[in-house]
Design a protein around this ligand. Structure first.
Ligand SMILES: C[S@@+](CC[C@H](N)C(=O)[O-])C[C@H]1O[C@@H](n2cnc3c(N)ncnc32)[C@H](O)[C@@H]1O
Length: 273
């Protein structure tokens, strides 16, 4: 398959659209990535040029082709217990603080294919003495419908769960047999703790009513510019309880942006409001 050619003007239109709608920066260095990822889509739709594809997207009232575009360009890399220090901190610092009320509300705000929220659920199950006595709810969201569907299915290839401890795997996953051989599915007790939704972090308001104890916003801010990051922090602050925690990714920092969180440890912040 030959890649379609993209003009400077077309690339500019796409990067402006993606930035406006979801905050993701597409600098000129990302041109090859855009062309490689979109060429097949253009071919499948029988669309002759990037200009024609752009016109189709902006004229699509339901925005379904824009969702397709986002699915193609977003980077969804994730893992179970990625950056394990956050899950340790949840178990050893946050859950003990909440023991008197036995209630915890957590948001995995760019959850990709679900490894992050399921890791949170497993940490809660393993971090408290009597999990059945706890009221734990996890909201898991992402802008990409493709990854949200995958996450909600709770089904993973053996290779994805390879690094989980054998007892963790046994406790929280069902091993596929017959047609499902080579697949693992999260057990209902974990799935029941999580609600999956499509949610764009760029939205002015989030449909979240309950004040939160913890927000995971890891490895997504890196695609946003500083102004967008600062707006995001202000919105997060409104949804966190006073004293609530924010986790960001290890290659991310709040150092250069305007925010009112208190630094706790690298990539861990607390709402001081
Ligand atoms: C690299 S993954 C990170 C997954 C997980 N948080 C982790 O650290 O392993 C980044 C995710 O952010 C999502 N994303 C990008 N822009 C977004 C936006 N504006 N709103 C919500 N999610 C977004 C992508 O679809 C992708 O699944």
């Amino acid at each position: 398959m030959l890649d379609h050619a993209i003009t400077e003007k077309e690339f500019g239109q796409f990067s402006a659209l993606v930035y406006r709608e979801c905050g993701i920066l597409l600098p000129p260095t990302k041109k090859t990535l855009l062309v490689t990822r979109l060429s097949k889509r253009l071919q499948d739709l029988g669309i002759p040029s990037f200009q024609a594809y752009y016109d189709l997207i902006v004229q699509d009232p339901g925005g379904s082709e824009f969702t397709q575009l986002l699915d193609l360009i977003s980077t969804n890399k994730t893992d179970f217990f990625r950056e394990p220090g956050h899950f340790e901190f949840l178990k050893t610092r946050i859950l003990p603080e909440l023991r008197p009320i036995k209630r915890v509300r957590i948001w995995s705000s760019a959850c990709s294919s679900g490894e992050e929220p399921y890791s949170i659920a497993m940490s809660v199950m393993e971090g408290v003495d009597f999990p059945l006595q706890w009221d734990c709810k996890i909201l898991a969201s992402d802008i990409s419908t493709r990854v949200i569907e995958k996450a909600a299915s709770g089904i993973y290839e053996a290779e994805r769960v390879r690094d989980l401890r054998p007892d963790t795997l046994r406790k929280h996953f069902l091993k596929g047999k017959g047609e499902g051989a080579g697949l693992f599915k999260v057990k209902p007790h974990l799935a029941a703790m999580i609600v999956f939704r499509r949610l764009n972090l760029m939205a002015e308001r989030y449909p979240i009513k309950t004040p939160l104890d913890v927000i995971f916003c890891r490895n997504v801010m890196i695609y946003f510019d500083r102004a967008t990051q600062a707006q995001l922090m202000a919105k997060f602050q409104r949804h966190l309880k006073p004293g609530g925690y924010l986790f960001i990714g290890h290659s991310e920092s709040l150092q250069w942006i305007d925010h009112k969180f208190r630094y706790v440890a690298p990539t861990i912040y607390r709402n001081e409001a």
